[in-house]
Design a binder for this molecule. Structure first.
Ligand SMILES: NC(=O)c1ccc[n+]([C@@H]2O[C@H](COP(=O)([O-])OP(=O)(O)OC[C@H]3O[C@@H](n4cnc5c(N)ncnc54)[C@H](O)[C@@H]3O)[C@@H](O)[C@H]2O)c1
Length: 252
């Protein structure tokens, strides 16, 4: 458990799944939390749970596909909560099993949207936060990537490309900002039981389960544990890393 008392953390995609678990965990560790998501009801629910454990929670409905919306949200967080110490770029997802499947069938718009959500928005949120971290001489940037950055998967071209791009972003930025006391790391989840799995057919889940050495799907809290560790002082010598949390399904 990290001691994050007095820190301010921002978590994107915190209405649901991994983002909600991360926000709850960082609040349990002592941080006050800014919650950004396009789903206003969802972040209000997360905020209620955070306030119930005595931490501050600020909700800002934000469309991460819209750069103006991101800049406005970050400005509001700065004014109402303060400057960010920990940024968890978490929102993302794929249209696999939802949109038109496969590279040949998917539209260019589908490609652009997935890359914008999973990669461009990560850069935009980081850009809007990093100057304050630089000024403080400390900061943590944590990004939810995916095991798909390493293994790929049929129907996941745009998603895998974006998540692999996130790992390049992580390494290059880590090299740039280490001298300011800022670390930048990616967490690469395997298959985690969140609402994002609702559209996955049961046979696909069962096939995946057989490939996981520890023989269970991941829980959002498994990822939140890694976020908590990377956010804390004990992780100050870890930067540019891509940490797989997959139950062993993907290794590197
Ligand atoms: N669940 C998994 O198995 C798994 C595996 C590997 C990586 N991931 C990654 O973990 C992260 C979280 O996924 P999850 O499984 O918790 O999914 P989720 O669907 O439960 O949560 C995603 C959140 O992102 C928000 N969001 C989507 N588009 C947005 C937009 N344009 N603007 C603002 N918010 C938006 C959604 O409203 C939602 O609250 C994603 O980056 C995903 O790619 C998930």
């Amino acid at each position: 458990m990290s001691d994050l008392t007095g820190r301010i953390a921002l978590v994107t995609g915190s209405a649901s799944g991994i983002g909600r678990a991360s926000a709850m965990r960082l609040a349990t560790d002592g941080a006050d939390i800014a919650l950004l998501d396009i789903n206003g009801d969802g972040i209000e629910q997360t905020a209620k749970e955070i306030r119930a454990i005595g931490r501050k929670a600020l909700t800002v409905v934000t469309d991460l596909l819209d750069r103006k919306s991101i800049d406005q949200a970050l400005a509001q967080v700065r004014t109402e909560l303060g400057t960010i110490d920990i940024l968890h770029n978490n929102a993302g997802g794929s249209t696999h099993y939802k949109g038109k499947r496969g590279f040949v069938n998917a539209t260019p718009d589908q490609w652009d949207q997935i890359v914008a959500l999973n990669l461009r928005a990560v850069a935009d949120c980081t850009r809007a936060s990093i100057a304050d971290m630089k000024e403080k001489g400390a900061g943590r940037v944590i990004i939810t990537a995916s095991e798909m950055a390493f293994r790929g998967g049929p129907g996941f071209t745009e998603y895998s490309s974006a998540k692999a791009g996130v790992l390049g972003f992580t390494r290059s930025l880590a090299m740039e900002v280490g001298k300011y006391g800022i670390t930048v790391n990616a967490i690469c989840p395997g298959v985690i039981r969140t609402p994002a799995l609702d559209s996955f057919p049961e046979d696909a889940i069962q096939e995946t389960l057989a490939e996981i050495p520890v023989r269970r799907l991941g829980e959002p809290e498994d990822i939140a544990n890694a976020v908590s560790f990377l956010a804390g002082d004990q992780a100050s010598y870890i930067t540019g890393a891509s940490i797989l949390v997959t139950g062993g399904r993907t290794m590197h």
